[in-house]
Design a protein around this ligand. Structure first.
Ligand SMILES: Nc1ncnc2c1ncn2[C@@H]1O[C@H](COP(=O)(O)OP(=O)(O)O)[C@@H](O)[C@H]1O
Ligand SMILES: [Mg+2]
Length: 336
């Protein structure tokens, strides 16, 4: 055990800002829209993260402790979640930089002191308008599609696969970015190629996505976590013209993580992180539409411990060590 959970204080914002369903626009939504933030223009407020514009034109992406299940954000935050997911993304950006360049510039320099650990300075990209989904296992909308058509997004699969079965090889199943309140929609390869501006770009996105997924899957598997599927977002770096990995990477918010020791194909798997919330929510009679209910303290604690466990297993680093690195030069590590 790295340290008592009580060592982490809670400083994350708990309110949700205005939502927008699109990639960060090239100009601030409103220069006056800085409430609750670091005094920088707020460009985009998502379910979990807020994106600000830094004076040099780059972006500051800040992960809150908010949690969503069934696409609805709960009013209760999960202590430390934002810093753990930020540290996890940094870990993967560093580990995969030889596969593809990424948008991470810094987790310390130019990140305001109070945002250290949960904020990243990233290069602003021209985002490509698809979500690059890779599936190694049959779950969620992939399982539904397979049951209905024997294929996932038009990719034929062998007959007789059960729910949560491992696929013969990972498949690339892009989706459109949904507007707020809607679910992402799976699209076929031809539509995706058109959206990203051509077959060549599409082929490269598929190749990179699968390579990144396989890297993450193999790493996680050795540490007792199944990476069932995940979603990447890429953009073009206008300075180099290169396809560049953006957004967050291989976090529980962008992926399905399953505990390997409980894996049993033939039905849905428990989610590594959100299962406690989902199980509890299922028992409350909540109809899964917004607003989501507040999460009881014991469920919040168990969920928090799961995020800690995923972080430690995957990165091998105790959370306080990550927070100290992120806070270097900004006074003592602030905890959560
Ligand atoms: N480097 C980047 N440059 C520009 N936009 C980015 C970059 N990285 C991620 N984005 C975009 O920032 C937004 C982040 O939104 P997010 O916090 O995930 O909220 P949501 O997806 O719920 O709207 C997404 O639209 C994503 O495509
Ligand atoms: Mg997003």
């Amino acid at each position: 055990m790295w340290e008592s959970m009580n060592a982490f204080d809670q400083t994350a914002p708990t309110t949700t800002g205005p939502a927008a369903g699109e990639a960060v626009p090239s100009a601030p939504v409103s220069a006056a829209d800085t409430s609750g933030g670091p005094g920088l223009p707020l460009l985009h407020s998502g379910k979990v993260r807020d994106t600000y514009e830094l004076p040099d034109g780059n972006l500051l992406m800040v992960a809150s402790d908010r949690i969503s299940t069934f696409d609805a954000v709960h009013p209760t935050t999960i202590h430390c979640k934002g810093k753990l997911l930020t540290g996890l993304s940094v870990f993967w950006f560093e580990q995969t930089s030889e596969i593809v360049p990424n948008h991470l510039i810094s987790f310390a320099e130019d990140v305001p002191d109070e945002m250290r650990g949960r904020g990243l300075k990233v290069k602003r990209l021209k985002m490509l308008p698809i979500e690059c989904v890779v599936r190694g296992y049959l779950a969620g909308s992939g399982w539904a599609d397979y049951q209905a058509t024997g294929a996932v997004c038009g990719i034929e699969l062998p007959p007789g696969l059960t729910e949560s079965a491992e696929l013969p090889e990972p498949i690339f199943t892009p989706a459109t970015k949904a507007d707020v309140g809607e679910h992402d929609e799976n699209i076929d390869a031809a539509t995706a190629a058109e959206l990203v501006g051509g077959q060549e770009t599409f082929d490269r996105l598929r190749e990179l996505s699968i390579e990144l997924y396989e890297f993450g899957r193999n790493h996680a598997r050795e540490r007792g976590i199944i990476l069932a599927d995940t979603k990447f977002e890429f953009g073009i770096d206008s300075d180099t013209g290169e396809i560049t990995l953006g957004d967050e990477v291989l976090t529980p918010d962008s992926s399905r993580f399953w505990p390997a020791d409980e894996y049993e194909p033939g039905g849905p798997q428990p989610s590594f992180d959100k299962q406690f919330v989902r199980d509890w929510a299922a028992g409350t009679g909540w109809d899964k539409s917004s607003p989501a209910p507040a999460i009881p303290q014991d469920v919040e604690m168990q969920t928090r411990q799961r995020y800690m466990e995923a972080f430690v297993r995957l990165t091998g680093e105790p959370p306080p060590s990550w927070m100290a690195r992120a806070s270097a030069g900004a006074g003592p590590a602030a905890g959560c």
